[in-house]
Design a protein around this ligand. Structure first.
Ligand code: SAM
Length: 481
């Protein structure tokens, strides 16, 4: 299953090919959303030019960087434990420097550097180009910090090195920051205001990935449907743009079309879509181009209009259902996945029942479900009491997960008996003899390897399933090869 926060990937160390001339070792570990993993690739690319090779052995490192997540308290606690472990290594490697990147850097800079003194360097998500200077600072024995949030940084001019890659799928960032101000969410505070990346640099990266043999890309952003390029700058300043800038601006459906046309054999995915910003044009563009995959990750968060309002989600559940109906009409076999939060402040049993009803309405293919975690600084954190008891949050969450599991089964069963195009990503986790890939809907498919290779598009006859995986047999290469 594709995940916004993939628990299995959390804490992955990233490794790239070594350069002979580089003399120092970078150990870079990533937590959180796909954007963090993509950012770590930008960081490794910058540091490869500064004399660093990557290593996955902590004890060999000269510099440890941890790309952090603040979305829930649990994520921060996990990273704090890791910081203690890095510091233990410092005892036998006194020259080792430890740096915190990403969302926690932005949120906890003073605490980590001055109060607890557990890191040497703190670098916010918009300051990675300053890393060469910051490393010089720490080399000369001083702490270094840059958490300035930018109005225009998109790292569009940096070709990210691909870390721990399967050589088949890659992320391409298209927006940074978020303007939505959902009351539960820390992202606007840690990643700043929303800005979009120059479409030409997006296309250049996609074309380069194709040249290197990649077969699938995921366009990434906190809210990709809000993409708007009008020559650079914050989305909120678009109203001050010139008439010419407004007339030539490029929105998400246009960008999607440009990417689909640039590489007609490349699979294109995108994440995440905020329902309030997803337009019919985007759905029509998906329907028009075969290489845009039939999957939309469309977080709903709650099925209750009252809670949606408290969350500052700028749509009602009826509007959300209308969007779902439009998707089903224009792309009948489109997979839809969700994010849901249980136990948001003031949530009643009635609100919870409305969430279960929403699940029943959509019957999502899969989803990511969380108990509400109060985040300091957010609007809900400041203005609302975290008043749903932990046990109630957990019980509601398990009811949501149980129902979702039934729907996962319902959806995977619908693939059985069909022949579907699968892009091979690697060996199955359960059997050396089987390939693992995904169909257009992003459901995992496993099948016997035969003569096929990683990166091949293969037609697979699906004959069985679990709630998360399809099982099949290859019937030949697809026409996409
Ligand atoms: N930008 C996307 C959106 O809002 O639709 C996704 C943002 S977030 C990185 C991924 C998911 O984490 C959210 O959709 C939400 O379900 C969950 N999340 C965010 N803040 C949370 C909180 N304070 N407690 C629990 N879950 C949270």
């Amino acid at each position: 299953m594709e995940k916004t926060i993939d628990e299995k990937l959390q804490g992955t160390t990233l490794n790239v090919a070594t350069r002979k001339e580089n003399t120092r070792n970078l150990f870079i570990e990533s937590y959180g959303c796909a954007m963090n993993f993509a950012d770590s690739e930008v960081v490794a690319s910058i540091l490869a030019n500064e004399g660093f090779n990557t290593t996955h052995v902590l004890e060999d490192a000269d510099l440890v960087l941890v790309n952090t997540c603040s979305i829930r308290d649990k994520a921060e606690q996990t990273i704090r434990k890791r910081l203690t472990e890095y510091n233990k290594v410092k005892k036998s490697r006194p020259h080792l420097k430890v740096g915190v990147l990403g969302c926690m850097a932005e949120r906890l800079k003073d605490k980590l550097l001055d109060e607890e003194k557990i890191v040497d360097m703190v670098v916010g998500p918009d300051a990675y180009k300053d890393l060469p200077n910051l490393i010089k600072e720490v080399d000369s024995g001083r702490d270094a910090v840059n958490v300035i949030l930018s109005k225009d940084e998109t790292y569009g001019d940096i070709a990210p090195v691909r870390l721990n890659t399967n050589g088949v799928t890659a992320f391409v960032s298209i927006t940074r920051g978020c303007d939505n101000m959902c009351t539960f969410c820390v992202v606007p505070f840690t990643r700043g205001r929303e800005r979009s990346r120059d479409p030409q640099s997006v296309l250049a990266e996609v074309n380069e990935l194709w040249e290197k043999g990649f077969k699938e890309i995921t366009l990434l952003g906190q809210n990709v449907d809000s993409y708007l390029w009008y020559g650079g700058g914050l989305k909120k300043n678009f109203e001050n743009a010139s008439d010419m800038q407004k007339a030539t601006a490029i929105n998400f459906s246009k960008l999607l079309e440009m990417v689909a046309l640039a590489q007609p054999k490349m699979r294109i995915r995108f994440s995440t879509s905020n329902p309030q910003d997803m337009t019919l044009d985007v759905i029509k563009t998906m329907a028009k181009y075969k290489n845009i995959c039939n999957h939309i990750h469309l977080p709903v968060q709650s099925g209750s209009n009252r809670i949606l309002k408290e969350m500052n989600r700028l749509h009602t559940i009826e509007e959300y259902f209308e969007l779902i109906d439009n998707i089903r009409e224009l792309i009948p076999d489109c997979a839809i996945s969700q994010d849901i939060i249980s136990g948001f402040p003031t949530e009643t049993e009635e609100d919870h029942a409305a969430t279960l009803k929403a699940l029943e309405y959509v019957k999502y293919d899969f989803g990511y479900m969380y108990a509400y975690s109060e985040r300091p600084g957010t609007l809900a954190g400041r203005k609302m009491e975290d008043d749903v008891p932990e046990a109630t949050k957990k019980r509601r969450l398990s009811e949501i997960i149980a129902l979702q599991r039934e729907h996962c089964q319902f959806r995977t069963e619908k693939h059985v008996g069909k022949i579907q195009e699968v892009l091979i990503e690697g060996t199955s986790k359960k059997s050396e003899k089987e390939w693992r890939g995904r169909n257009s809907q992003s459901t995992v498919v496993v099948f016997p390897k035969e003569h096929y290779k990683v990166g091949n598009f293969v037609n697979v006859k699906i004959h069985d399933c679990t709630s998360a995986t399809l099982k099949g047999t290859a019937v030949g290469y697809s026409e996409n090869n």
